[in-house]
Design a protein around this ligand. Structure first.
Ligand code: SF4
Ligand code: SF4
Length: 473
């Protein structure tokens, strides 16, 4: 039975409740007065329930859909301003004992090159990432209890934080690894990770079991309850997501929001981020053989409805998406993007030879970080390399309280300007630097508090003239 507070996956992601939600959304997809009342409710910026948001996602009235997009855009502006936080994935190992049918790292794929980075190789990758300008990483690895052990992850995190190359530093390490135990999560927390990320892939249990026929990941309940264990282990920033294209998007959308509601109800804090990857072509995987793919318009609608339903939750898209698609969804709610990504093991230090490919999926947006930064600024976004919250102890419910009151803006905006300035000084091309300096000059006037504005102005000067780094609010 559906129970948002229950610790059992089958209760908080209850199949019957999702079916009832989909039926309710379908019945009401042309119900103008209900849709109007939901849009009004959403304007209060307190979010919507999975049932309510599902009606908006199913809505087929063009005029109302335009109102939904406009509201998502406004909420995005109110909570995140024009900042976009940058990050890069770092693949540690593609050894994996699971049989996920949509991922080239599955155990039976014998023609992919298998690699696990040594600590020395990690060092080289991190220096290459620092030389691009990255400050925030998401570690990625397959599940292999013999090779990819917790000790390996802990040592790798330590290595990454210890590398200081020129003015570079990785200041926040997020990690996306297989579901594990409360004790392991506690160790990750102690090692100083930012967010623990784990995608559900699909919330549809029957499909999940078919898509994950072998390996420990086959255990749907253990996987679905991972975030509960992570929270019990003290990780209060968790990132959820589904892989759109595996099952029907309306089902996944309802499941995703139910998961967020569950974490909020059971632990008092919802997910820190939501990721919205779409299935991509990869070695040994034909994305066309999955028939639940969604087009760009549907994808945009999903992004807008997530923004409305969980206004305080960051939203991430990766280089799986093309430049065109990213442009379309950035203003609707996305707050974090990756740039200059390599989805192979060891691809930053040295590009892979064609006959030894180890990437997880084809990257659609292949531009360099400098090109992405420039592109964002040309659209009037502020690329931000900020990692301040986790380092200032603003995590979990403390972070959420600041988000909900809007006070976080007083930190995000100045931090975006100061970290962008660091990027411009240390890594940008002359053209990007010229654009960025102009943008900073304009945006510094938008720091609302006079005292804070004076501090930011002085810090920007110190970054430029005294080679000082790492200021933060
Ligand atoms: Fe392994 Fe993850 Fe790929 Fe599944 S999705 S095969 S668990 S790396
Ligand atoms: Fe993110 Fe906190 Fe920095 Fe804002 S201040 S961009 S919420 S890390």
């Amino acid at each position: 039975m559906y129970d948002v507070n229950s610790k059992h996956a089958d209760d908080f992601i209850n199949h019957d409740e999702i079916l009832a939600t989909l039926a309710y959304a379908d019945e009401n997809k042309n119900n103008v007065s209900l849709i109007d009342s939901l849009i009004e409710k959403a304007k209060k910026r307190k979010g919507l329930s999975h049932r309510e948001a599902s009606v908006l996602l199913a809505c087929q009235i063009e005029e109302k859909n335009q109102e939904i997009y406009a509201l998502a855009e406004q909420i995005k502006k109110d909570f995140y301003g024009n900042r976009i936080v940058m990050f890069a994935p770092l693949y540690l190992s593609n050894y994996c004992v699971n049989g996920c049918t949509y991922c080239p790292y599955h155990l039976k794929n014998k023609h992919i090159a298998r690699k696990q980075l040594t600590q020395e190789e990690i060092r080289r990758e991190v220096i290459a990432l620092q030389d691009m300008g990255h400050k925030r990483l998401a570690l990625e690895a397959g599940e292999d209890p013999v090779r990819n052990t917790m000790d390996y992850y802990l040592e790798s995190i330590k290595t990454i934080y210890s590398i200081k190359h020129k003015n570079g530093a990785i200041r926040r390490v997020n990690i996306n690894i297989a579901a594990t135990t409360v004790d392991d999560y506690r160790l990750l927390k102690e090692a100083g990770i930012g967010t623990y990320i784990l995608f559900q892939e699909t919330y549809h249990k029957e499909s999940y079991l078919q898509l994950h026929p072998t390996g420990p990941k086959h255990d749907y309940n253990y996987h679905t309850e991972a975030m509960d264990r992570a929270m019990e282990g003290g990780i209060d920033d968790v990132g959820i997501g589904v892989l759109f294209g595996l099952d029907k998007y309306l089902y996944e959308f309802a499941g995703l929001l139910m998961h967020a509601e569950h974490l909020e109800a059971a632990f008092g804090v919802g997910p820190h981020t939501v990721s919205v990857p779409r299935l991509r072509h990869a070695d040994d995987i034909d994305a066309d053989s999955f028939d639940n793919g969604i087009d760009d318009d549907t994808f945009s609608k999903i992004v807008a409805c997530i923004r409305i339903a969980v206004p305080y939750t960051g939203m991430i898209i990766s280089t799986r998406e093309s430049k065109k698609c990213r442009e379309k969804v950035l203003h609707l709610g996305v707050s974090q993007i990756s740039g200059g990504s390599r989805t192979s093991v060891g691809g930053y230090h040295e590009p892979e030879p064609d006959d030894a490919k180890s990437e997880q999926f084809d990257v659609s947006d292949t531009r360099t970080l400098d090109e992405i930064v420039q592109w964002l600024m040309k659209m009037d976004y502020i690329p931000s390399f900020c990692t301040a919250c986790y380092r200032e102890g603003r995590t979990g419910d403390r972070f959420m309280a600041l988000c909900k009151s809007g006070q976080i803006q007083n930190c995000c905006h100045p931090n975006a300007l100061m970290t962008l300035k660091e990027y411009l000084m240390d890594y940008a091309s002359p053209e990007t630097k010229a654009l960025g300096d102009k943008l900073i000059e304009k945006e510094v006037l938008n720091v609302p508090n006079e005292k804070a504005r004076a501090v930011v102005t002085e810090n920007l000067r110190l970054i430029e003239q005294n080679n000082r780094r790492d200021f933060r609010f």
